[in-house]
Design a protein around this ligand. Structure first.
Ligand SMILES: Cc1cc2nc3c(=O)[nH]c(=O)nc-3n(C[C@H](O)[C@H](O)[C@H](O)COP(=O)(O)OP(=O)(O)OC[C@H]3O[C@@H](n4cnc5c(N)ncnc54)[C@H](O)[C@@H]3O)c2cc1C
Length: 175
């Protein structure tokens, strides 16, 4: 698909659930949408993020499959996907593992990373952390990667998840 208008650059920093869901949903908006989306996520596989990366199968989701579709307009999407997986060989589990949900997110995202979406949105994964957001001379911000590479961005989304808690403070000597 070609466009006569300039392409718009969106950078999503963080490829856990929130960043992934945003990237996916951009590909289903009505087009044509001349958007180049850079998904910045240091994990080799974007999608699962912190909550859905663990490999241990005994770490379960606290939500049933029918309520976990990444597509609001297709509420059964995750359950239907799960029904085709080895983990559902004996029937759909009431609660499945967080790692399985991570694989679902990863696979959904892999499809939109592989080729431009029908609406014109192109998504690329940058396997790096963002370290700064300098102002460019044209008034835009860029997202700077650890390598020093700059991603000039018309819009930047921070989908960083939760930060680690600060270390506990010691007892005070308040009077
Ligand atoms: C252990 C655990 C279990 C959970 N279980 C459930 C559950 O069963 N059901 C449920 O509904 N919810 C659950 N949650 C809630 C869960 O956190 C949210 O549902 C959702 O996954 C949060 O997604 P997020 O994208 O905001 O954050 P995250 O998944 O944390 O994603 C943030 C991403 O940002 C990336 N990042 C951070 N800094 C940078 C940077 N500088 N540059 C680039 N990338 C960066 C990180 O690598 C990370 O992948 C759980 C949470 C945790 C922690």
């Amino acid at each position: 698909m070609t466009f006569s208008t300039p392409r718009f650059a969106v950078t999503i920093v963080g490829g856990g659930f929130a960043g992934t869901a945003l990237a996916l949903h951009l590909t289903r908006l009505a087009g044509p949408l001349p958007l180049d989306v850079a998904l910045v996520e240091p994990r080799a596989q974007p999608g699962p993020g912190l909550a859905y990366s663990p490999a241990l199968p005994e770490l379960l989701l606290n939500v049933r499959p029918r309520n976990l579709s990444v597509w609001a307009e297709e509420p059964g999407h995750f359950a239907d996907w799960l029904a085709r997986q080895p983990e559902a060989a004996d029937g759909l589990p009431e609660f499945t593992s967080r790692a399985v949900y991570g694989r679902y997110l990863q696979q959904e995202l892999a499809q939109v990373l592989a080729r431009p979406a029908a609406n014109g949105v192109c998504i690329s994964h940058y396997a790096s952390s963002a370290v700064a957001a300098p102002l460019l001379s044209d008034g835009r911000r860029a997202v700077q990667l650890e390598s020093g590479q700059l991603l000039p961005s018309n819009a930047t989304v921070l989908a960083l998840g939760n930060f680690p808690p600060p270390p506990p403070t010691g007892p005070t000597s308040a009077t």
